[in-house]
Write a protein that binds this ligand. Structure first.
Ligand code: U2F
Length: 445
């Protein structure tokens, strides 16, 4: 008999839904007598395999807002999804209640789909917003008015943002695109801006981080949200996950053939992409460095690599290029000594868990803030000097990480962060304890 019915609502683009699904699994495991309906678009739900489902989780499709079948740029797909979101969500929730024959008592959602808060109000149930991306980025968004006021009137440039306690080691140039630069009507910026205006209406906030990882952030969030739960990293909350990683391209066996900390892993996440000339610079830098590498690169992008590059890498065995890797396992493999990344928040957390220093090339959103955190605050990575890949900067970054004392210090600092994170998800660790507290709000027990 289901005691509580909880709805969990995903933002169905990039890695957001996967990240929230890890949290959903952890909640479902902690409360077997509750039922969890996970709502997202059909397409995003199709990426979860049945092995990942627990008995008390069901997947509930909601409309993607697309009425005519034609290829869409993902920005247009997001706009269409959001346009019909409230209506789709109401329908999805009705279907979930009918299927379980039980009213929903609480709605947990990705903070990106902040309109969920309005629907929860209509139903007179609790709304629990979850920030799946960088919490420090959320802090910047929550302080956007102050930032715009101060940064716009003075020429800040590379000066530190000392008026913001949690970003006092960041510069104006590290702030997210759209916050005080670029097109304010860009859909990602609009989502973040509206999310930051809506969130203070809630007294609950869940983040994908651990207590104490980012200086001063816990006390800021505690002051602003009576119920603040840092319960990350979400992907580590399910220790009972026994199934071996899907490794369709043999990445792990390829890594097995390499000595410890000798290989670079390259991945720019799920949506960022390089223009052909920068892709060539990265490829040339990887080749010139002589460091063996595993590169996750979508098939359609592989065709833009310099001619003969893939064949040469296959023949020499220096590089393996695949469309997808089991990244969390790759980063935990002893052979991996550096991670060339766009610094998406999940990638940063996964790199910490693997104890692997980063080479950072941010694109948009929270990635610039994360890059500064990694390279300057934590000192566990190297940022590209010019902001983009050049052959020289790639070679130099590997030289630092693989050969210099500075690289050894990064590795040891990374291992300290790793120990903190692992301790947080152990039994009685802060994330596990915070999750138990959160469950009292979500399930009522
Ligand atoms: C958006 O970021 P992305 O989805 O592009 O990047 P990440 O947050 O780093 O997440 C990528 C995930 O995809 C997985 C990897 C991460 O969990 O393990 N993955 C994989 O398993 N195999 C591969 O070959 C490649 C990737 C956004 F752009 C960022 O700015 C945000 O920080 C982020 C979170 O909100 O979402």
């Amino acid at each position: 008999m289901t005691q509580s019915h909880v709805a969990i609502v995903a933002f169905p683009f990039s890695s957001h839904a996967g990240s929230l699904f890890s949290l959903a699994r952890a909640m479902a495991a902690l409360s077997p007598s509750s039922h969890f309906s996970f709502l997202s678009t059909k397409r995003s739900l199709s990426s979860f395999n049945s092995q990942q489902l627990l008995q008390n989780i069901s997947l509930v499709p909601i409309s993607d807002g697309i009425t005519t079948p034609q290829a869409r740029h993902h920005i247009e797909a997001i706009e269409l999804f959001l346009k019909s979101f409230k209506e789709s969500l109401r329908e999805g929730l009705k279907a979930a209640e009918l299927a379980q024959d039980c009213k929903v008592r609480c709605i947990v959602s990705d903070a990106f789909v902040w309109l969920t808060g309005d629907v929860a109000d209509e139903m007179a149930v609790n709304w629990v917003p979850v920030r799946t991306g960088s919490p420090l980025d959320l802090y910047a968004r929550l302080n956007a008015d102050l930032i715009k006021e101060i940064v716009a009137v003075r020429s800040y440039g590379d000066n530190l943002l000392s008026f913001l306690p949690c970003l006092s080691n960041h510069r104006a140039t590290d702030l997210p695109y759209g916050l005080n630069t670029g097109d304010p009507n860009f859909v990602y910026h609009l989502i973040c801006d509206q999310m930051a205006r809506k969130l203070p209406e809630s007294d609950i906030l869940v983040t994908n981080t651990i207590q104490g990882l980012e200086c001063n952030l816990d006390s800021y969030f505690k002051q602003n949200f009576t119920n603040y739960f840092p319960v990350g990293p979400f992907h580590l909350l399910n220790p009972s996950q026994k199934e071996p990683p899907t490794d369709s391209y043999g990445c792990l066996s390829w890594l097995d053939r390499h000595e410890p900390a000798t290989v670079a892993y390259v991945s720019l996440g799920t949506i960022a992409f390089l223009c052909p000339s920068e892709l060539t610079s990265l490829a040339n830098g990887l080749e010139a460095s002589g460091v063996p590498f595993l590169w996750s690169l979508k098939e359609e992008t592989q065709s833009h690599l310099p001619s003969g590059f893939i064949d040469r890498m296959n023949e020499t065995g220096k590089g393996k290029i695949v469309p997808w890797t089991p990244q969390t396992s790759v980063l935990k493999h002893s052979a991996v000594g550096a991670f060339v990344s766009h610094c998406g928040w999940n990638s940063v957390l996964e790199s910490i868990v693997g104890g692997v220093p980063l080479v950072c090339r941010p694109f948009f959103g929270d990635q610039t803030i994360n890059t500064r955190l990694v390279s300057y605050v934590w000192k566990v990575g190297v940022a590209m000097d010019a902001g983009v890949f050049t052959e020289e900067t790639v070679v130099r970054a590997f030289d630092v990480i693989f050969k210099r004392d500075e690289g050894k210090k990064m590795k040891s600092k990374m291992n300290e962060l790793k120990d903190m994170v692992i301790a947080a998800v152990e039994e009685n660790g802060s994330s596990k304890e915070n999750l138990k507290r959160l469950m009292k709000i979500v399930c009522g027990s």
